[in-house]
Design a protein around this ligand. Structure first.
Ligand code: G3D
Ligand code: MG
Length: 178
C-alpha cells in the first residue's frame, strides 16, 4: 500500500522589532528579494511581506510584519502585535542604545500578544566592524538570558540573514508543534 505523505502548510505571523534604523526593513528586503537597495526602505506605519521556508517536511509561510520604529507610531502597535507568534529582536552593533532598548521592545510585544512562542536576537550591520560598540559576546549573552538563538547579520553583505529567519521558523514549529 502506498501512503502518500501529506504535505503541511503552516502559516505564522512574525514581527521585526527594534529601534529605528537598526536595519529591520533592510533585513526583510534581503531575505525576500536577495537585494539591498536604498530606495525601497522608507517605512510608514506597517508593511507586510511573506515568504515560504521549507523546514523538514513542512512548508512554513512566514507573514512578516515590519514596523516603523519611530515613537509617534506607538499608537498603531497594539494591532501590529496581535497574533504574532515569533519575533526577531534587532539591534545595531554600532549603537549600544539599540541593544539596551530591546528589553522595552520585548515587553511591549509580550504585553500585546499572548501567543509569542519564539524569539531570535539579531545584531545587524556586522559589516561595520570598525564602528562596533557592542561586542558579539554581549549580544550572545543577552540572547542566552532569553534562551533565544543569536546571530550577527549584515543586511548589506547578506551574512546570516536567511539563517536568522529560518531559526525563528524552527523555533516556532518546535514550540507550536505541527
Ligand atoms: P529600519 O527599518 O530598522 O528603520 P533600515 O532600518 O532597514 O531602514 O536601515 C537603516 C539604515 O541602515 C539604512 O541606511 C540602511 O542602508 C542601513 N543598513 C541596514 N542594514 C545594514 C547593514 O547590514 N549594514 C550596513 N552597513 N548598513 C545597513 P540609510 O543610509 O539608507 O539611512
Ligand atoms: Mg524600516
Amino acid at each position: 500500500m502506498v501512503v502518500e505523505k501529506m504535505s503541511k502548510e503552516l502559516m505564522y505571523k512574525i514581527a521585526l522589532l527594534g529601534d529605528g534604523a537598526v536595519g529591520k526593513t533592510s533585513l526583510i528586503e534581503k531575505f525576500i528579494t536577495g537585494k539591498f537597495e536604498k530606495d525601497y526602505r522608507m517605512t510608514l506605519g506597517t508593511n507586510i511581506f511573506s515568504k515560504v521556508v521549507n523546514i523538514n517536511d513542512a512548508s512554513v509561510k512566514l507573514i512578516i510584519w515590519d514596523l516603523a520604529g519611530q515613537p509617534h507610531f506607538k499608537h498603531v502597535r497594539a494591532g501590529f502585535y496581535l497574533g504574532t507568534v515569533g519575533a526577531l529582536l534587532v539591534y545595531d552593533i554600532t549603537r549600544r542604545s539599540t541593544l539596551e532598548n530591546l528589553d522595552n521592545w520585548r515587553s511591549e510585544m509580550l504585553n500585546n500578544s499572548g501567543d509569542v512562542s519564539s524569539l531570535v536576537v539579531v545584531g545587524n550591520k556586522c559589516d561595520l566592524d570598525g564602528m562596533r560598540e557592542v561586542k558579539k559576546s554581549e549580544g550572545a549573552g543577552f540572547a542566552k538570558n532569553l534562551a533565544a538563538p543569536f546571530f550577527e547579520t549584515s543586511a548589506k553583505a547578506g551574512n546570516n540573514v536567511e539563517d536568522a529567519f529560518v531559526a525563528l521558523a524552527k523555533g516556532i514549529i518546535e514550540n507550536k508543534g505541527f
